[in-house]
Write a protein that binds this ligand. Structure first.
Ligand code: 6PG
Length: 209
């Protein structure tokens, strides 16, 4: 497994936008949660060939698109409503439908995203792949439903995350210091199983210590 490369930055959104522009992706999987919002907002102001871009989601909570917990709602407010990229929300908590939508862009092969944005949960989860969850071991599907105490969710599976050309964890704030240390130490947390062609961790100083 190629080790993830840690880059400690002063300004996480700025570093993320610069990395995005350097990568010039045609296919992207967006992370949810709260960390990416500032990056997505800054990205929405970037000069980019948005019409060439397909933006999917790494995971979604099975809630309405207007629900405050919706990853689509956050990404749409911050970015998708402001740029002419093709957005592919995870709708209706229907993994089969999303498999088909992935197939429309990637064909029958395993989806290989140019860029996957990922978050790091305090328990070491990423996307909606949680410690001890059977979804972690799924290899025959690209998208699965995950049942959680807060919401049912949908998530891309590890084989898809690992097929990415570039996977980038966005890690911010003191609450992520411990999971980041575990990730860097090679602990067996879901985030540590992401082994893309290139795996980067963009962390601010508050998280990196
Ligand atoms: C989700 C996210 C999840 C998130 C982490 C970190 O749907 O919850 O995809 O994997 O990235 O939980 O979330 P924060 O950025 O809010 O800390």
């Amino acid at each position: 497994m190629a080790r993830a490369e840690l880059i400690v930055v002063e300004d996480l959104p700025d570093a993320g936008v610069r990395l995005f522009l350097e990568t010039a992706p045609r296919t992207v999987a967006l992370s949810g949660g709260s960390t990416p919002r500032a990056l997505y907002e800054e990205l929405s102001r970037a000069d980019f060939a948005w019409q060439s871009l397909d933006m999917f989601f790494g995971d979604e909570r099975c809630v309405s698109a207007s629900d405050p917990d919706s990853n689509f709602r956050m990404a749409n407010e911050a970015l998708l409503s402001k740029v002419p990229a093709r957005a592919h929300p995870m709708c209706d908590c229907d993994p089969e439908a999303y498999e088909s939508e992935l197939g429309d862009v990637f064909g029958p092969a395993r989806p290989s995203f140019d860029l996957v944005w990922l978050g790091l949960g305090e328990d070491g989860h990423t996307a909606s792949l949680f410690p001890g969850d059977p979804a972690l071991d799924v290899t025959d599907r690209n998208v699965v439903r995950v049942d959680r105490p807060d919401h049912a969710r949908m998530t891309l599976t590890l084989p898809v995350l690992c097929a990415a050309r570039l996977a980038v964890f966005l890690v911010s704030g003191p609450s992520k210091r411990e999971p980041l240390a575990r990730l860097l130490a090679g602990a067996d947390i879901p985030a540590a199983r992401v082994d893309a062609e290139r795996t980067l961790i963009l962390a601010d100083r508050a998280a990196a210590g």
